[in-house]
Design a protein around this ligand. Structure first.
Ligand SMILES: Cc1cc2nc3c(=O)[nH]c(=O)nc-3n(C[C@H](O)[C@H](O)[C@H](O)COP(=O)(O)OP(=O)(O)OC[C@H]3O[C@@H](n4cnc5c(N)ncnc54)[C@H](O)[C@@H]3O)c2cc1C
Length: 368
């Protein structure tokens, strides 16, 4: 039922803008409006904070169905979860009361600021600094590749509070866009997900009240990693969606396109490609939903399963979208058909929230 509702909404209100959003690299405002008016922009927020209180599997289905038509737009529910989960996992009741209702209502979006120019895979090597000054913390530094930067009102920011303790000297904070000293870089010119703004965020003597710290001092890196255990599953969902979108398009195309006097879908070579694409998507979906169930229950093998789902589903998305372009021949290689965009969009799912090399490191350290 949820899937049908999101699919109808996505096809009616998001799909018609997907190509133009990509072409002009502009924010998919129509998608945000449609998601907010149907309460689908941040379904993970608990009911006590005015949210839908959806479980991890429901959040996956929302993201999957939006990504099936527009991967950029699926970053809206995905990053709202990524940005706010640190507050939900480790934040004080006051912080939750202060920030979650606005997110649930659709008045504010949340971004997640971990990566820096010189600290990507090795996020623990970050340099952004927070120094205590009476009842305040003062932040200085640069975060890079921040999704929805400039659009979001709230930012979960990981910063070094004790440089001698490496990852145990990192703390998490909520910073607001309107805090003095916060500014943004130019939008990155990307290969795909062009409708999702990615910018640097600068902190220049940003002075925030001490109660904006999320959890205890020194727990920020642990909170950031715990968050990723849950949210990598949303990237798997995005990968699944984009792969399904490409398969659905290619399936229809091979029935219409004729060569050698018959639909190309009659050739067994192409039927086998479609069968492999569908099989890989089914396997990725099973693993992603298994990981979502583990996320909901807080199972001990969540770290492994979240990494495995993200890694497997994103590799499947890359293979399936590339095969979809192949099935459309020369037409698939143009922007007149959506599979070219889907192939470019799929690539990011192998890179962010930890590259797939990093996912393999995470899995190897947490073998079931
Ligand atoms: C469009 C986009 C949106 C993003 N959104 C966000 C966001 O909202 N918030 C945020 O905090 N970050 C975000 N990121 C950052 C993203 O998570 C990082 O780009 C990613 O973690 C990789 O870091 P890096 O780019 O510095 O690559 P590097 O760490 O420099 O990696 C380069 C290569 O080396 C490999 N590598 C590195 N270390 C190892 C190792 N130990 N073993 C094997 N291989 C290794 C990597 O896999 C990769 O292939 C985003 C990135 C992009 C491109």
């Amino acid at each position: 039922m949820l899937r049908d509702a999101v699919r109808s909404l996505a096809e009616a209100k998001i799909a018609p803008f997907a190509a133009e959003v990509d072409e002009n690299a502009r924010f998919p405002q129509e998608a945000l409006d449609a998601l907010v008016s149907n309460d689908l922009h941040a379904v993970h927020v608990p009911e006590e904070y005015g949210g839908a209180g959806a479980d991890a599997l429901a959040a996956v289905i929302v993201i999957e169905e939006v990504a099936r038509v527009c991967c950029s737009s699926s970053l809206i529910p995905a990053v709202n979860k990524l940005g706010s989960l640190p507050v939900m996992i480790s934040g004080s009741d006051e912080l939750k009361q202060k920030y979650l209702p606005a997110l649930a209502k659709g008045d504010a979006m949340f971004s997640y600021c971990l990566s820096e120019p010189d600290a990507g895979s090795d996020a623990g090597g970050m340099k952004t600094r927070a120094v205590r000054d009476g009842d305040h913390w003062v932040l200085n530094g640069v975060k890079r590749w921040i999704t929805n930067a400039g659009v979001s009102e709230y930012y979960t920011v990981m910063a070094v509070t004790d440089p001698d303790k490496r990852t145990k000297g990192i703390s998490a904070f909520v910073v607001e866009k309107s805090d003095e000293g916060v500014s943004f870089g130019a939008p990155e010119k990307k290969l795909g997900i062009k409708g999702s703004p990615t910018r640097e965020v600068y902190f220049d003597n940003v002075r925030i009240p001490a109660d904006r710290m999320i959890g205890a001092e020194g727990t920020g890196f642990a909170t950031a990693m715990k968050t990723l255990d849950h949210t990598r599953i949303t990237i798997a969902a995005q990968a699944l969606g984009v792969a399904q979108g490409a398969l659905d398009y290619a399936k229809g195309y091979v029935r219409e396109r004729k060569q050698f006097g018959k639909p190309i879908g009659d050739f067994q070579g192409l039927q086998f490609m479609l069968a492999d694409m569908a099989m890989k998507i089914s396997a990725a979906r099973a693993l992603t939903y298994q990981a979502a169930a583990a996320s909901q229950r807080g199972d001990a093998d969540l770290t492994y399963l979240g990494a495995a789902a993200k890694c497997f589903a994103s590799d499947v998305a890359m293979e399936v979208t590339t095969d979809a372009v192949q099935l459309l021949g020369g037409y698939g290689y143009t922007r007149d058909y959506p599979v070219e965009r889907m192939m470019r969009d799929a690539k990011i799912t192998q890179i962010y929230e930890g590259t797939n090399q990093v996912q393999r490191i995470v899995m190897a350290r947490n073998l079931p």
